[in-house]
Design a protein around this ligand. Structure first.
Ligand code: ADE
Length: 243
């Protein structure tokens, strides 16, 4: 999968994705992350890419020309019109289902704004998806696009060592993950739940499912409405409600 990031701060992107799981995925050619510097398409000696807003007001606005030309360079390179995600607090809030949808694309372009935003005309021309990563305002679209690249990359086959883990983790089935433990089996007087040392896989699975239900009920009850629950799950919830 190819990610193209249109940005004024390309190092923010390349430096970050080079680490950990995304870094290894790049080395294994499972994903490719290219940061395109919008300033390279300024078209003037000074590399100016922003100007004062028409109508007045605070701050600067990114001009349409450099953004458009940087986008066109990708379109020409890949020979088709890719989806273009504009990172903006005005977008649809990113979630796991959107990550799954985007993971089906072969090429994905992220457009990162800075200053007071980008000239509306070029957004109308190239953007296919407006996406926010939450109801707060950041200084630019780089961190949001990194968040999306991370969440999407781990769904690309082969990126996680263990293919099962992409699916069993939090949110994939609208349940939170059960708690995990490792050695030592006693830490500061606190013991690992004995069932995990029993070697009885069926019992362990049942306990973990129950823990997922309890956690989701306590921490994110809103998710439970969307989860597929079996008889045992419903029993667990009933007993939680009685407490
Ligand atoms: N740019 C600034 N704030 C943002 C947010 N919350 N999500 C996506 N892009 C943004």
């Amino acid at each position: 999968m190819n990610f193209y990031v249109l940005t004024l701060f390309p190092e923010m992107i390349t430096d970050t994705v080079s680490h950990s799981i995304t870094g290894r995925a790049i080395e294994k050619n499972l994903i490719n992350v290219e940061a395109i510097n919008i300033r390279d398409f300024a078209g003037n000696k000074h590399g100016q890419v922003d100007d004062y807003p028409y109508g007045g007001g605070a701050g600067m606005v990114m001009q349409p020309g450099p953004v458009y030309r940087s986008y066109k360079s990708i379109e020409e390179k890949i020979g088709k019109k890719p989806r273009v995600v504009y990172m903006t607090p005005q977008g649809k809030t990113f979630n796991q289902n959107m990550a799954k949808e985007f993971a089906k694309e072969e090429d994905l372009v992220f457009l990162c704004g800075h200053y007071e935003g980008i000239d509306e005309r070029v957004l109308e021309m190239i953007v296919t998806d407006n996406v926010s990563i939450g109801d707060y305002v950041l200084t630019g679209g780089e961190l949001p696009s990194l968040v999306m690249i991370d969440a999407i990359s781990r769904l690309v086959p082969g990126v996680l060592n263990n293919d099962a883990s992409a699916e069993t983790e939090s949110f994939s089935d609208n349940l939170l993950e059960y708690p995990q433990y490792t050695r030592p089996n006693e830490f500061e007087g606190k013991k690992v739940p004995p069932i995990l040392l029993s070697g009885d896989h069926a019992k362990v699975d049942k306990w973990r499912r129950e823990q997922s239900i309890i956690r989701t009920y306590e921490r994110r009850p809103d998710l439970l409405e969307k989860a597929e629950l079996n008889k045992d799950d419903k029993k667990t919830i009933m007993s939680l409600k009685k407490q």
